[in-house]
Design a protein around this ligand. Sequence first.
Ligand SMILES: [Zn+2]
Length: 69
Amino acid sequence: MTKIDFSQINKTAADSFNQQRNVIKRLAKGQKVLCDQCQQALTLTVLSEGESGVQCTKGCTQINLELDV
Ligand SMILES: [Zn+2]
């Protein structure tokens, strides 16, 4: 029987969540953030209805989020 370490999974999820928040914070301040995969600049798109997204031109980075505005 395989034992799954949920604490490790949760930690990874939290790390990536914090990393995404950091990327968005930096973009919101007008700083340039590059995609990990293709090294292209990420762009922050803010839609109406409080939905935003971050993506690179190639689409390998795609972060969707809802902001509490
Ligand atoms: Zn990319």
